[in-house]
Design a protein around this ligand. Structure first.
Ligand code: SF4
Length: 348
């Protein structure tokens, strides 16, 4: 492992907001075990991979680790296809995964979700592991002059009763209404993906649906503890994976925050008209990856018609709670889901 650098990274650096970036040390371990143990021994350390979230937030003064542990020297860049499953290394970039032949042919909703995220340049840098752990785009998180429970636990939430046009309508609490923004995680949630987590010489598997926590007073957003390293994501073939689609709605067609999105997959009977089973997850409208099991239940055994899709969309959004300016998202999400289901059903 490289020794922790004594160089002062960020020394006298100033970001656009005029804030000085805090000095920090830097380490680039070459083994998983070194990375995990170093992080576990340093509560003030953070991992960095693509850097597209962490470095941004450090520049803005939202994150201020004393030690940055760079994971890029770890051998976690492979996508391994074996039989009915695929294991994606955590350092695989969004771009690389989106163009992987097995992902495009066997998990099209994931390829589409990956390409719907960020911009081409960011997708070339951002890793899939980091993508799952990306922070919310709530503007108040980045505004150090206002309260934010995610930034300063217990300080309050400026978005509740504030400008909430981009905020969540599902999974909100009186602590936080911020949207969890990952498109890839939305598709992976629909596909029941599993995350492999390493710590102190041991690996464990965590269903993606259990990785993220509901918003609470504490800033903690996932079940991960200091020293836990996501090493990969496991996908397995499911009958709904191929006849599938991801639809994202935003203010402009690229490089804009999502307003609502839907991942949908269908397994149709041999007649091509009856739905055996469905997989549905919603994105950009909830505080964490959101599986829509009620909508899936509506579709199981139904005819593959627009009317059935609309019924499923009603079920998916039945528990939505709007704030002052984000009520439009409910209808938008219903429309995205209906379109995702229509597209999925039209595929061979
Ligand atoms: Fe902070 Fe969440 Fe409130 Fe945004 S919605 S200000 S992230 S607590």
């Amino acid at each position: 492992m490289r020794r922790v650098s004594q160089h002062r990274h960020g020394h006298q650096t100033r970001c656009g907001a005029g804030l000085a970036m805090k000095d920090f040390a830097y380490a680039a371990p070459t083994s998983l075990e070194q990375a995990s143990r170093l992080a576990a021994s340093r509560p003030d350390a953070m991992f960095v991979a693509g850097g597209t979230t962490v470095v941004d937030l450090m520049k803005e003064g939202v994150l201020a680790p004393n030690l940055l542990i760079d994971l890029n020297r770890l051998p976690l860049r492979d996508t391994v296809v074996s039989g009915g499953s695929i294991v994606v290394g955590t350092l695989v970039t969004m771009s690389a995964l989106a163009r992987h032949p097995a992902i495009r042919s066997r998990f099209p909703m994931l390829a589409e979700a990956l390409l719907a995220g960020a911009s081409g340049q960011l997708r070339n840098m951002a890793t899939v592991g980091g993508n799952l752990l990306q922070r919310t785009r709530c503007p108040y998180l980045r505004d150090l002059s206002v309260p934010c429970n995610k930034r300063v636990p217990g300080s309050g939430c400026q978005a509740i009763g504030g400008i909430d046009r981009f905020h969540a309508v599902l999974g909100t609490t009186d602590r936080c209404i911020a949207v969890y923004p990952s498109d890839a995680a939305t598709a992976l949630t629909a596909l029941d993906a599993v995350v492999v987590v390493h710590r102190n010489g041991r690996s464990r598997r965590v269903p993606l649906t259990e990785l993220h926590l509901a918003p609470a007073v504490a800033a903690r957003e996932t079940i991960l503890e200091q020293g836990d390293v996501i090493t990969g994501i496991v996908l397995r073939d499911v009958p709904e994976a191929r006849r599938a689609s991801y639809v994202k709605v935003r203010d402009r067609a690229t490089y804009a925050f999502g307003l609502a999105s839907a991942a949908a997959g269908l397994d149709l009977d041999d007649d091509g008209r009856t739905i055996r089973s469905a997989r549905i997850a919603l994105g950009n409208i909830a505080t964490r990856p959101w599986r829509a099991t009620a909508a899936e239940a509506v579709l199981a055994g139904a005819q593959a018609t627009r009317s059935a899709y609309e019924d499923a969309a009603e079920a998916a959004l039945a528990g939505a709670v709007a704030g002052r300016r984000n009520g439009y998202k409910i209808g938008l999400a219903k429309g995205a889901l209906v379109r995702a289901l229509e597209t999925a059903a039209s595929r061979p």
